[in-house]
Design a protein around this ligand. Structure first.
Ligand SMILES: C[S@@+](CC[C@H](N)C(=O)[O-])C[C@H]1O[C@@H](n2cnc3c(N)ncnc32)[C@H](O)[C@@H]1O
Length: 433
């Protein structure tokens, strides 16, 4: 046990100037002689009164509760729930949209510098031409309180906040009126909508280990959704009404995607990321390509017609429903196949063909080490790699690992696929030097 007094106490207020932005929607303050303070609801360069919310041995977290000297980038948050102690869903409601993108660009550049040894100017591109950063989110997960209220969680908290209408939710989600009802016996409610086709689905997760308890999926006030599904204790989905998948649109065609499966939540993201991936890989007829972590097969389906029958495309995905969707979506190109299983395991047992072009779109944790081994292996033949990432830190870590083994970062694009939040999507182009 240390008898050193902690530098801060939860609830204490301290006046600080924030000097920088940090990954996760925080600003950094370094008060004289005190440990670093990560401040939410602030912007870099502001003088704020911050209330400490959490203390660790190395740093503390705080909320800016009063702005004494405001940044020119500060705006009135459009959402009334975006304040200290309010909804934890958005991080940058109090910044103008260009400033939000500049903050995300700064975080990406910071991570590349720290973890990949690269100094790069990054630009974050908007996905919509006329934007206000609202009404874009086509999938929302609502938490349900003990009293049956559906809302959103507070920041780093289990508290369910009654948000009423979430302003970043797409109007097609708001129409489902999930937050207006009561959800007894329910642990969460997920809503998915496809604005282009008007389809929607609601996934209800009942409380209780085996998915027992609660019959909220029978409620008449979710009759607005085309499909209602329940999630069992093991995560499997059962359609109570309608079928279990939606027809998403991208690249001018429809893609079957299971209601619980992955699809970009911003309506402009699938097209923008695919265009960036194709530019990164520059596929030609006869090419061999891999789509790792392929989901419903979006990138494989963009590559397949371009490599043609003289080429091959192999997708890898471990979720059974996503594999079924990908096989369905790729059925018109017999030279595109989908391997079902863990990417790392499949590579370890030599289950993947050599490929000149590789795209990978892993979850936040980044690339499995086996993917790095595969890309760096002599004889695997990989020459161009498009790395799609939703986490600048693991992206930068993996770019660092690849750079150390002969790959070079040729290009990096970033897209504002999650306005108002700290999240961002990147597409890095790596080429083998
Ligand atoms: C970010 S999504 C990308 C999907 C697709 N590229 C898209 O844009 O629609 C990641 C996908 O990887 C899958 N996945 C995650 N970890 C995996 C692993 N270790 N092996 C195989 N698939 C994995 C998830 O099920 C999910 O479908």
């Amino acid at each position: 046990m240390s008898d050193v007094e902690p530098a801060y106490a939860v609830g204490q207020t301290v006046e600080v100037t924030t000097v920088d932005v940090a990954q996760g929607g925080w600003c950094v303050a370094r008060p004289d002689g005190l440990p670093v303070l990560f401040v939410r609801h602030a912007l870099p360069g502001e003088r704020v009164l911050a209330r400490v919310t959490e203390v660790t041995s190395r740093f503390a977290r705080a909320d800016a509760i009063e702005v004494r000297d405001a940044s020119p980038d500060r705006v009135e948050p459009p959402c009334p729930n975006a304040h200290p102690g309010g909804c934890g869903g958005c991080d940058w409601q109090h910044a103008s949209l260009p400033a939000q993108r500049a903050l995300k660009a700064a975080v990406i550049a910071q991570q590349l510098h720290r973890l990949a040894g690269l100094d790069r100017t990054v630009t974050v591109e908007p996905l919509a031409e006329e934007e206000n950063g609202l009404g874009w989110r086509t999938r929302m997960q609502f938490a349900v309180s003990d009293s049956g209220l559906a809302g959103l969680r507070g920041h780093r908290s289990h508290e369910v906040i009654d948000v009423g209408t979430c302003l970043i939710a797409h109007p097609a989600i708001t129409e489902l009126a999930i937050t207006e009802g009561e959800w007894p016996g329910t642990s969460s409610v997920e809503a998915v909508a496809v604005p282009e086709t008007g389809e929607s689905a609601v996934i209800v997760t009942p409380k209780g280990k085996k998915g027992a308890g609660g019959d909220s999926h029978r409620r008449s006030d979710i009759s607005g959704a085309d499909a209602v599904l329940t999630r069992s204790g093991r995560g499997g989905l059962t359609a109570v009404r309608g079928h279990g998948y939606l027809s998403q649109r991208a690249l001018g065609r429809q893609w079957r995607v299971s209601a619980g499966g992955f699809w970009q939540v911003h309506p402009g993201a699938a097209d923008a990321l695919t265009e960036a991936v194709l530019t990164a890989l520059a596929p030609a007829a006869g090419d061999t390509a891999l789509d790792l972590y392929c989901g419903a097969g979006l990138f494989a389906g963009a590559l397949a017609p371009l490599v043609g029958p003289g080429g091959t495309v192999a997708g890898v995905e471990y979720d059974a429903a996503a594999v079924r969707d990908a096989r369905h979506n790729l059925r018109e190109w017999p030279w595109a196949r989908v391997h079902r299983g863990d990417v790392g395991e499949i590579i370890k047992r030599g289950g993947l063909p050599a490929a000149r072009l590789v795209v990978a779109d892993p979850p936040r944790a980044g690339l499995d080490r086996q993917v790095v081994e595969y890309l760096c292996r002599d004889g695997a033949g990989a020459e161009r790699f498009a790395y799609v990432s939703c986490d600048p830190a693991t992206l930068a870590r993996d770019i660092g690992l690849l750079r150390a083994r002969g790959w070079e970062l040729a290009d990096l694009r970033a897209f504002d696929a999650f306005p108002m939040t700290h999240h961002v999507e990147c597409v890095a182009t790596l080429v083998r030097g």
